[in-house]
Design a protein around this ligand. Structure first.
Ligand code: PEP
Length: 263
């Protein structure tokens, strides 16, 4: 699977959230596909459009022969049934959607998702061979209370509770401090590196040091073209999950280029 974390090649993924319409989603996907093809294969690039545009975007990119990876912003853990409004792993795979985000902070803190629910979604996806970017991160109050690493560890242990070592190659972690998302406040490279190092330590404890060494840990939270290079130069930062700056192809592609050039 091309999203796999082989040699921790940098991964840069755009999370479009609840933005775009059909026409602008298709145009943005095409622009990102064209630009990322010219950056080359030193970076893996993905986009997460809203659910309702996934089918159109995947078809359009397939018709253009693009290698851009398409993911969903969330997924449900049950395979089918009376779960009004939810979307299953099988439905996404049916469309050719390769991966999903789980545990995004807006799902946790705006929609009220628990650690346990995030763990069920993550396990259901990877056990079906569907890639996952598991998002974790502390709130401002938790950071001020010195609990960053403890919160990340709790979210990791719960998020990965149903994941087997053999499924790790299609799973990445995104560390996204909640106070940095959409606020313009980015973690300093030193703070981000320290959190990423601790995250890798938890993965090592759960699955062993070689697995932790192979795991991509992305940073997310107000990444922009002018801070991307410094963040991606940190030894434990393997790319980024990009919100606001992924809604236009030009800044997003500059961020992808920064990732390609720092490894
Ligand atoms: C995100 O929502 O995953 C994110 C990182 O958003 P932003 O880049 O806008 O902070």
């Amino acid at each position: 699977m091309t999203m796999s974390s082989a040699a921790r090649k940098p991964l840069v993924v755009g999370n479009w959230k609840m933005n775009t319409d059909r026409a602008s989603a298709l145009a943005l996907a095409r622009d990102v596909a064209g630009g990322s093809a010219s950056i080359g294969d030193r970076v893996v690039v993905g986009i997460c459009p809203p659910f309702v545009y996934l089918d159109a975007v995947v078809r359009d990119l397939q018709a253009a022969g693009s290698k851009l990876h398409v993911g969903a912003q969330d997924v449900y853990f049950e395979p089918e049934g009376a779960f009004t409004g939810e979307v299953s792993v099988g439905m996404l795979e049916d469309l050719g959607v390769e991966f999903s985000l789980t545990g995004h902070s807006e799902r946790r803190h705006v929609l009220g998702e628990s650690d346990e629910l995030v763990g069920k979604k993550t396990a259901a996806a990877v056990s079906a061979g569907h890639g996952v970017i598991l998002c974790i991160g502390e709130t401002l109050d938790e950071r001020r209370a010195g609990r960053t690493d403890a919160v990340n560890e709790r979210q990791l242990r719960a998020g990965l509770a149903g994941v087997g070592a053999e499924q790790l190659s299609i799973l990445s972690i995104a560390y996204e401090p909640v106070w940095a998302i959409g606020t313009g406040n980015t973690a300093t490279p030193d703070d981000a590196q320290s959190a990423h190092h601790a995250i890798r330590g938890v993965i090592a404890d759960l699955f062993g040091a070689p697995e932790a060494d192979r795991m991509r840990v992305l940073y997310g939270g107000s990444v922009k073209p002018d801070n991307a290079r410094e963040l991606f130069s940190c030894p434990d930062i393997d790319g980024g999950l990009i919100g606001g700056a992924s809604l236009k192809s030009e800044p997003f592609l500059r961020i992808a280029l920064a990732a390609a050039e720092t490894r």
